[in-house]
Write a protein that binds this ligand. Structure first.
Ligand code: G4F
Length: 321
């Protein structure tokens, strides 16, 4: 019998890739969107409006959908914005996860059924890192309202697992990008601007800290890890990343060089784009995920940068101007 999944925040980058993967695997896929979320990627067959800052209709949605698996991807996920909206971010990204967990716990009891839960935890929780690469045992030191909210959500997930014997897991995902990445994140901001500069549609690009280092992978690879985590025989918290770290400057160089451009001619520093506290270095040790799930990333840093550069060049040729 086909299984049913519920994805909160289905209209984001990860929601669209995960929907495609689950459809390929024969799932019925339902998703929640906040009222103002833009639709991207494949249109899911069953949409439900739900804002995790409220969550008042989660019980109804769960009773209606009767999911076997819930993927909690909904969040206010922009780190810099979280400094402007700290309470909102804590509510949606942190307490919102608790609202989902509590709704699942009650739903399981009402219907005497089991639901597997995936929480989109984040490498931002490691923050000011005490060791590198970061693994499951690396202590958290969050550096933003966003990552503080994610740490809260992480421990609530662990607590529901330990208190109520729920199949609740945390995927500690490092940065993952794609041509569907939101335009306010640095990789997509760069690939759009580089394409527009190449086509003569834009003259310059303003950026903040170019020295921050991230472990960037392809979102399409990472949703597979999410799914594998819920197929495993026991609920675990796992680090998912490539094990390679690159600076924002390196991504910039790679993308501009793809278009035969020198980024020095176009990029301007804008202090307003810096963060009150920065995460300087992230690099994953995903050896446990490899061992336990057999998961490995397939797309390299260079392939990712080129894939995004090419997709935005095509998009700007069609829709730019
Ligand atoms: O692309 P970013 O905004 O992503 P960030 O902050 O690493 O967070 C992303 O990855 C996390 C996983 O580790 C997720 F949990 C989170 O939801 C999100 O998806 O910024 C990357 C780096 C930062 O160091 C930032 O300071 O790029 C630097 N940066 C430099 N100039 C910029 C800019 N970031 C943005 N967004 N815009 C700039 O102009």
């Amino acid at each position: 019998m086909s299984r049913t999944a519920l994805i909160t925040g289905i209209s984001g980058q990860d929601g669209s890739y995960l929907t495609e993967l689950l459809h390929e695997k024969g799932y019925r896929v339902h998703g929640t969107v906040a009222c103002k979320a833009p639709g991207i990627g494949e249109t899911p067959p069953h949409l439900h409006y739900c804002d995790l800052g409220d969550g008042g209709n989660l019980d109804t949605i769960l009773d209606e959908v009767q999911p076997d698996e819930v993927y909690n991807l909904a969040a206010q996920s922009h780190v810099r914005l979280s400094f402007d909206l700290p309470v909102y971010t804590a509510d949606v990204t942190g307490v919102g996860t608790l609202r989902v967990l509590e709704a699942i716990r009650k739903h399981q009891r009402r219907h005497n059924r089991n639901v597997r839960f995936y929480q989109a935890a984040s490498s931002e929780m490691f923050g000011e890192v005490s060791e590198s690469p970061q693994r499951e045992t690396t202590p958290f030191h969050p550096r933003s309202p966003y990552s503080c909210a994610k740490v809260f959500a992480f421990w609530q997930t662990v607590n529901y697992r330990e208190s109520y014997d729920m199949f609740a897991t945390n995927g500690i995902l490092f940065n993952h990008e794609s041509p569907r990445r939101g335009e306010a994140f640095v990789t997509r901001k760069i690939t759009i601007a580089a394409a527009r500069i190449k086509l003569g549609l834009q003259k310059s690009l303003k950026l903040g800290n170019l020295e921050a280092r991230r472990d960037w992978g392809f979102a399409g690879d990472y949703v597979e890890a999410m799914w594998l985590m819920l197929q495993h025989d026991e609920p675990l918290d796992l680090v998912i990343g490539t094990g390679e770290t690159h600076s924002v400057r390196e991504f910039l160089e790679e993308v501009f060089a793809y278009h035969d451009l020198d980024y020095h001619d176009f990029v301007e520093f804008d202090a307003a784009l810096q963060r009150p506290a920065e995460v300087s270095l992230l690099c994953a040790d995903a050896s446990k995920a490899h061992k336990v799930l057999g998961w490995e990333p397939k797309v390299s840093f260079t392939q990712l940068a080129h894939m995004m550069a090419e997709a935005d060049l095509e998009a700007q040729q069609v829709h730019g101007g």
